[in-house]
Design a protein around this ligand. Structure first.
Ligand code: SAH
Length: 395
């Protein structure tokens, strides 16, 4: 059997069921495994601890498929894992509505590198690691058997594939090609999703529950939706009775789809404004002009991709939060997020606290937010918890 043998004492994280083995923990590789192939993982003393996929190009050289060394990694294995992940979302997909729901959340569903998102009758998938790529055919086959869908579309065009030395890929894997826009429903909101070209697999499903929080806070508010993408938080705010929404994003195509989404929801166009530009610049301009808002959403892209970017990322978060505190009217509400896994919840809260202090505003946390329940975090894999947010009320 092909195998990796760990250095003495380096099996500790594995014993705690963490699914990653870094290159530095490996003493030697036996049997010349090919990229993506399944290997046994052996302790220095020789005991087989687990089985995983081999990725020679990545710092994360092995990702565990199973902690049971007797278990075969085969199409049946993927059938079982996929079925378990889908079953655990049964409550979310119980009604027949056109959902947007994450069915498989990679490591946290014990399927490292595999993301499966369902948008109405279509499925978008990502195979982000060598092991996931290796088993793509089996995964797509089992998914087709498990879910009655019209088509499965691959969105393996994420940058992380480069770390695995895999090319970026996108296209139909099974069934029909999805139309350019697929409609989903989220509570009272309807959204068009560009699953072939949009960010990630087309939509920020991880913010579903947080968009839902607009119901409690947006009534009557003049809302500033920063980093709006296709308008998600803004549309949820208007459904919740907001007076006005201003969407700011640097992407013209995202704003164009935001307009279509507003129309689809039958919202009054005069209550919406779209600003194409850099959030930092736009907010600074409005601060200088003395403009203010009752509710501000800050949902920026990932500022920290690596440890070396952490300082710069922290300054970025501080800047936008400081500007937001300056732009908030008395008694206003801030929804502020970070999706950088490297920025811990504690660090993020500290940055937001510093921003309020510098802005001279007193603020309370009224709620802590995280990614939606279909993006679970395996307890033994805390890295899975990347999205954190705070709802703050200023005095
Ligand atoms: N809140 C959205 C998701 C936001 S994703 C939702 O719930 O759907 C982040 C968005 O920020 C992207 O649309 C990207 O185009 C935009 N963006 C990134 N950097 C920006 C900048 N400096 N100024 C304005 N928009 C930016």
């Amino acid at each position: 059997m092909k195998a990796v043998v760990l250095k003495r004492g380096r099996e500790k994280s594995l014993m705690r069921r963490h699914p990653w083995i870094f290159s530095g923990a490996i003493a030697r590789v036996e049997g010349k495994p090919r990229r993506g192939e399944t290997v046994d993982i052996l302790a220095a003393e020789g005991a087989v601890l687990a089985r995983g996929s081999y990725s020679p190009a990545s710092q994360i050289t092995v990702r565990v498929w199973t902690f049971d060394p007797q278990e075969d990694v085969s199409p049946e294995f993927f059938h079982g894992r996929l079925e378990r992940a889908i079953d655990s979302r049964r409550a979310l997909i119980a009604d027949e509505g056109p959902h947007g729901v994450r069915l498989v959340n990679a490591e946290s569903d014990a399927l490292p590198g595999i993301i499966v998102d369902r948008y109405a009758e279509f499925i978008a998938v990502q195979f982000l690691t060598a092991g996931a790529e290796y088993w793509k055919g089996a995964v797509v086959g089992e998914l087709s058997r498990l879910m009655g869908v019209s088509g499965i579309y691959e969105r393996s065009d994420a940058d992380v594939r480069e770390k695995e030395d895999l090319p970026k890929l996108a296209g139909v894997l099974a069934g029909r090609e999805p139309p350019d826009l697929v409609e989903i429903r989220e509570g009272p909101c309807r959204y068009l999703v560009d699953l072939k070209r949009g960010h990630k697999t087309g939509f920020y499903l991880d913010q579903r529950e947080n968009r839902g929080m607009m119901g409690e806070f947006a009534r009557g508010a003049d809302v500033l939706n920063c980093f709006s993408y296709t308008g998600g938080f803004g549309i949820a705010a208007l459904h919740a009775g907001a007076a006005r929404v201003t969407n700011v994003d640097s992407s013209a195509s995202a704003l164009e789809l935001a307009r279509k989404n507003a129309e689809l929801n039958g919202l009054d166009a005069s209550s919406l404004e779209y600003v194409e530009g850099d959030v930092f610049t736009v907010m600074r301009r409005w601060r200088d002009a003395g403009r203010c808002f009752d509710l501000i959403v800050l949902d920026p892209p990932k500022f920290a991709e690596s440890q070396s970017q952490l300082m710069r990322a922290s300054r970025g978060y501080k800047d936008i939060n400081l500007l937001a505190f300056k732009l908030l009217s008395r008694g206003g509400t801030l929804f502020t997020f970070s999706c950088s896994g490297l920025v811990s919840a504690e660090l993020f809260q500290k940055i937001v606290a510093d921003a309020a202090l510098d802005a001279g505003r007193e603020a309370q946390i009224v709620r802590r937010l995280a990614q939606a329940s279909d993006h679970p975090t395996l307890l033994s894999f805390p890295e899975g918890a990347y999205l954190k947010g705070l709802i703050c009320r200023v005095g």
